[in-house]
Design a protein around this ligand. Structure first.
Ligand SMILES: NC(=O)c1ccc[n+]([C@@H]2O[C@H](COP(=O)([O-])OP(=O)(O)OC[C@H]3O[C@@H](n4cnc5c(N)ncnc54)[C@H](OP(=O)(O)O)[C@@H]3O)[C@@H](O)[C@H]2O)c1
Length: 280
């Protein structure tokens, strides 16, 4: 990208699991990154469009963290228009691999992908599997693991968890280098694992007593709602875990190799370098 050294990169969701890493990698490669979110160094709020213009000023490319909220597609459409008006030339959208399987055509995150594809800007779409770092950074996993048990209805289904350092590497490469325009990268780790295997590896690496307990959908829904979550959130997770349980998420994807010409990092690499103090 010709102006990549003279302008900033806007990282939405910049304080989140992926955005934080994308900003770190950009900065470690000498680029200027605007870390944007409601609590970020650059204030950016999807629900407050007055924050968009200042965030988009002097920005050449944007990392866009999507949302599961179907109404978000209108915000993303307006944001993409604003980005083009501010001279942004390139977008890298965080989507999810699962949505292609679950899409019912009624305004899902895939609609956000379509907005980005139709933007007239250069675009790259990232479709990751479940993140390895969920076990230490995703409240819905961390909270139960601090009590020793992850109780979810994923059965013996397998998931090739992607390492977020790989995702950030792909995102930054797509933001800063040519050759990724119009590409949709499905990003996974190299090994499909059951939740039992993943939790056992974390238990071994962290020296903690942790176990995975496969529960029924009804048990999970009841426990999640009793824990203070809405029925809507519980139902979304039930559907996501069913997708894994039914073996529909077990395929390994090639996106890390396609984008970076190297293999993705194994789950054991994540457990070897992770600080597990968050698990108590
Ligand atoms: N977890 C997984 O395994 C997985 C797998 C595939 C895809 N995904 C996708 O990953 C996305 C989430 O990305 P992530 O995990 O990197 O983020 P995250 O850790 O969930 O953090 C959310 C980020 O968005 C910001 N944010 C929340 N509400 C906002 C608002 N109204 N306006 C502006 N910023 C807002 C938050 O910062 P503030 O609170 O400061 O605003 C934070 O930086 C979801 O779309 C999900 O579908 C997740």
């Amino acid at each position: 990208m010709t102006n990549s050294s003279s302008s900033s990169f806007l990282v939405t969701g910049g304080t989140g699991k992926t955005g934080r890493r994308v900003a770190d990698v950009l900065q470690s490669r000498g680029f200027s990154a605007k870390v944007a979110s409601r609590s970020g160094a650059v204030r950016f709020d999807w629900t407050d469009r007055t924050t968009w213009g200042p965030a988009l000023t002097d920005v050449g490319a944007v990392y866009v963290v999507g949302s599961e909220d179907p109404s978000a597609v209108d915000d993303v459409r307006a944001f993409v228009t604003a980005a083009a008006e501010h001279g942004v030339r390139r977008l890298v959208l965080l989507s999810a691999r699962v949505w292609e399987d679950l899409d019912d055509g009624s305004g899902s995150v895939l609609a956000t992908e379509q907005v980005v594809r139709a933007s007239g800007l250069e675009w790259t779409i990232l479709r990751p599997t479940w993140f390895a770092q969920n076990f230490t950074e995703f409240p819905y996993f961390v909270a139960p693991l601090t009590k020793g048990e992850l109780r979810i209805p994923a059965g013996e289904g397998r998931e090739p968890f992607v390492d977020l350092d790989d995702l950030a590497d792909v995102a930054v490469t797509a933001l800063t280098e040519d050759g990724h325009n119009g590409r949709t990268y499905a990003l996974s780790g190299p090994r499909a694992m059951t939740f039992g295997e993943a939790v056992a590896e974390i238990a071994r690496a962290s020296g903690r007593e942790l176990r995975y307990v496969p529960v029924t959908e009804d048990e999970y829904r009841a426990e999640t709602i009793a824990g203070g979550e809405s029925e809507e959130i519980a139902d979304v997770f039930v559907e996501l875990f069913r997708h894994i349980r039914e073996g529909r998420s077990e395929a390994v994807s090639n996106g890390v190799r396609e984008a970076l010409d190297r293999d993705p990092s194994d789950f054991s690499n994540y457990t070897a370098r992770t600080d597990f103090s968050v698990l108590g």
